[in-house]
Design a protein around this ligand. Structure first.
Ligand code: NAD
Ligand code: ZN
Length: 258
């Protein structure tokens, strides 16, 4: 009986979400680590998440301390199997479907896993605020380098290579705590949010700024705000609809009720 009650609530919420989506023509979906947990990638702040096991390495430490860089690469190589084998889940697939139907114009993500693109979101409608871990870049000249080549060097010399172009420090193409946000992606996100009629947050604790400022900006410009997250977020009081449930089942049910 308890289960039936939960199912009923979930369907009601998915129907309410579908109702808002049906009225939207240029919605923005704003995602965080929570949309990828159903693919098997742990998030930061859930119990047992990455945060509780490993302190992230700040940008300043990465630049200043060779030992921090080594530790960062060691962690990255440890994750290689995960990053290359992981698949989009029904949440990513529902978002891509909303885009195909012309309801969603852009996806803004804090994730570095490229799973939205793997589900079919075109690159020109994708905004990656915290970069992408599938390759690396020189911090000075931005020359692209492949993870496999860096790994081979690391295994031979117990260190990552310097940039072959300028001698600069190589880092995965992700944004660490303390690192400047990518200007182009920030501008694209500002434009998408200014033009959107609905902002759907899925799987973000909305605690990491400046990324977390985008949903509130959308709301201030007159867009409807929906927050779909397992636990409460600081922006729940400003939302038109709050759903505290699992992302994959709710989003795929909402697509079915469109
Ligand atoms: P976060 O860990 O702070 O928050 C994730 C939220 O998602 C939590 O509030 C959690 O309750 C919720 N959640 C988890 N699984 C869910 C599910 N199946 N259904 C509904 N809700 C669920 O993540 P954040 O807000 O993205 O911020 C953390 C930072 O860490 C980001 O900047 C991101 O770049 C990075 N990160 C990325 C990945 C990835 O690329 N997949 C993974 C971990 C961390
Ligand atoms: Zn360089």
């Amino acid at each position: 009986m308890h289960e039936a009650l939960n199912t009923q609530t979930m369907t009601d919420q998915a129907v309410a979400l579908a109702g808002l989506l049906r009225q939207a023509r240029r919605a923005v979906v704003f995602t965080g680590a929570g949309i990828s947990t159903e693919s098997g990638i742990p998030d930061f702040r859930s119990p047992g998440g990455i945060w509780t096991r490993m302190m992230p390495i700040d940008f300043a430490d990465y630049v200043a301390d060779p030992a921090a860089r080594k530790e960062s690469w060691r962690r990255r190589f440890e994750m290689e199997e995960t990053w290359t084998s992981v698949k989009p889940n029904e949440g990513h697939i529902a978002v891509a479907e909303l885009m195909r139907r012309g309801i969603v114009g852009h996806v803004i993500t804090q994730n570095i896993d490229a799973l939205h693109q793997a589900a079919g979101v075109p690159a020109n409608q994708m905004i990656e605020l915290h970069g992408n871990t599938s390759y690396a870049k020189c911090l000075d000249c931005e020359r692209r380098m492949e993870i496999a080549d860096i790994r081979a060097h690391f295994e031979a010399y117990d260190d990552a290579p310097a940039c072959p172009n300028c001698g600069g420090i190589i880092k995965t193409a992700t944004i660490s705590f303390g690192q400047a946000m990518p200007e182009g992606e920030m501008e694209r996100a500002e434009a998408a949010v200014a033009a959107c009629d609905l902002c759907l947050v899925a799987g973000s604790s909305l605690q990491v700024y400046p990324a977390a400022s985008f949903p509130l900006k959308a709301k201030r410009k007159g867009a409807a705000l929906v927050i779909l997250n397992r636990e409460a977020t600081p922006q729940d009081p400003y939302a038109d609809l709050v759903i505290h449930d699992e992302i994959g089942p709710v989003l795929s049910s909402a697509v079915k009720h469109l």
